[in-house]
Design a protein around this ligand. Sequence first.
Ligand code: AMP
Ligand code: ZN
Length: 306
Amino acid sequence: MSKEVHLRKFKCVSCKREARVRILYPFCEACFLKHYERRVETVMRRYRLIEPQDKVLVAVSGGKDSLSCAHFLNRYREKVDFDVAVLHIDVGIVECTNERTERVVRSFCEQRGIEFYHLTFEDYLGVNPEILFRKSRRPQCSLCGMLKRYIMNRFARERGFNKVATGHCCDDIVRFFFKNWISRNFTWIMKLRPITESNHPKVITRIRPLFESLELENYTYAMINNINVAGCSRCSFFLRKDKWYDILRMIEKRDPYFKLNFVRGLHKIKWYNTDDQRVLNECIRCGEPTDKEICSVCVTKEVLNR
Ligand code: AMP
Ligand code: ZN
């Protein structure tokens, strides 16, 4: 039986018409969109993610999560007066970002009149990513993440943005929590809250509007809105199928609301809500904030000169 035929048995919980989507509840497409946006808006208000006149730079990889985040924020401007622009970083690995990803994100922005910025590791950092990935001992995903975070923060500040929004979603938070709990990286766990306020004049506040949105909901939101999705086929094209994906899938089979209830309870944990206590200095090489003398990006760049 096809999925659609199967869904005909269900009625939308909101309007009682035929359901077309069934993630947590059955919905018709229009009611799903309302339900999705209502939940994100609740997160926006509860954690005060946006204030009027904010200048928000949305980091968009081209995947379903960050494109949904940018689409939502652009629509949210009808309710709150703030600026939105998009930054897409070409990391120089063909499977992750390439000319097609750039075209997808650029045309998404053009269709909506959103300011679009495109940077490459090579141009912005002056390093050849292939050589860097080959020479560094750090795993590629971790190196790539570190360089992207550096660029997002520095570029946003240089261009006068006061917030950076990312597409981190509920599934990311739960997976990240378990992974880092098991390896006892508690300081990392605290990094993924709906908002991480700036703790240094050179650090830009981070917001994660999709904190309570499931990956599948983001995918469905993007599809219903006819958003063309590209993105990294290695780590985030559709679902991240690692060990934690399987474990969480098993839990979800018993309790479909597990991930949502899990992230909703996090703010009650005292230590999770403690701000990063590290004292930040400015890197003696590039001037960017770091808790060491030389920041990890400059240390990594030095590898190239060896
Ligand atoms: P990831 O580290 O792949 O889980 O991505 C987390 C978030 O970082 C995404 O939801 C995006 O907001 C942002 N991001 C990841 N890759 C890129 C990229 N190449 N360019 C811009 N933003 C990105
Ligand atoms: Zn540096």
